[in-house]
Write a protein that binds this ligand. Structure first.
Ligand code: NCC
Length: 276
């Protein structure tokens, strides 16, 4: 298809990737337990009128970025998986309003998801690499990582903390847009937590600043700002179509190349400010 303009691309996202969380009564998510454990409050009701939001990738290039004060200055801050703030706040800030985690983290014992206080701040959102565009029943009986039981266990322990499960339709609609706007064939794996988070924050906020998703001058092979571990695939992608995601975000960026180079910062309009 013809190369879409920036505005057309933003409209694709706005119209095809609306916020969709699992609610009690959706397909197999029925019965007493799901009724009790799935949040009844809409995520976009909880976060009404957020103006400026920050999405903080976990990239190694946040090391020595000293972006903490700038990041905390936003109305809401999103982080991913096991990314900490303690000990790194000068670079990445202290505030966590929303944390997106993958189902592997919930499933694998080694992450201590049920007990580590890291996860107990802000709203949690979990996603699972569900099969491409199958119905909920199909996914429910065969999730990539079985995490439903542990989800309920967590909710039992922390009933006050909002904790959502994304409907896989969101990630696959996003994947479709990535594929349609790439020249090559894209591996059919869900977009990274980072890319999913960006789309989600565009739903909730008037403006979204994304940090070190498009790497700055600090780019290196260091995987995370919080670990001594080198792997280029963390930035370029292997399982996730990260390269393609980043190209798409570059095309949607309304900030400058200077902002990317110095601050690893991309500026995207929220859906409410995209007029299609
Ligand atoms: O690595 P991960 O993501 O937790 O990183 C969060 C998001 O930050 C962006 N990122 C990260 C590192 C880097 N050098 N450049 C980046 O741009 C990406 O957008 C990324 O999504 C995931 O997406 O869920 C992922 O999760 C990890 C891992 O499961 C969790 O950290 C829990 O331990 C995956 N790593 C492994 O499975 C080994 C990773 O592939 C994707």
């Amino acid at each position: 298809s013809a190369k879409l303009s920036q505005q057309e691309l933003l409209c694709e996202l706005k119209t095809r990737v609306p916020l969709t969380m699992i609610k009690a009564g959706d397909g197999p998510f029925k019965g007493e337990d799901w009724q009790k454990y799935l949040p009844t409050e809409d995520l976009n009701k909880k976060f009404e009128n957020l103006k400026r939001c920050a999405v903080v990738s976990s990239a190694g290039s946040l090391k020595n970025a000293t972006l903490g004060a700038e990041i905390d200055d936003h109305d809401a801050v999103m982080r991913f998986n096991a990314a900490p703030t303690d000990g790194y706040s000068i670079d990445v800030g202290k505030k966590t309003s929303i944390r997106i985690i993958n189902s592997q983290l919930v499933h694998d014992e080694k992450h201590n998801f049920l007990t580590d206080p890291l996860y107990q701040t802000g709203v949690l959102i979990v996603w699972d690499p569900a099969p491409y565009k199958q119905d909920l029943q199909h996914w429910y009986s065969n999730p990539d990582y079985s995490f439903f039981e542990r989800y309920m266990e967590y909710r039992k322990k922390h009933p006050e903390q909002l904790f959502y499960i994304t409907n896989p339709v969101m990630q696959w609609n996003l994947w479709d847009i990535i594929q349609e706007n790439s020249l090559e064939k894209v591996q059919r794996n869900p977009p990274s937590s980072g890319m999913q988070g960006i789309a989600l924050m565009m739903s909730l906020c008037g403006e979204v600043n994304v940090y070190e998703f498009l790497p700055s001058k600090r780019q290196s092979d260091i995987c995370y700002y919080y670990q001594q571990f080198n792997d280029r695939a963390c930035t370029m992608g292997a399982y996730h179509p990260l390269m393609y995601e980043k190209n798409l975000v570059k095309r949607m960026n309304q900030g400058t190349d200077h902002d990317i180079f110095h601050y690893g910062r991309v500026t995207l309009p929220g859906f409410r400010n995209i007029h299609c």
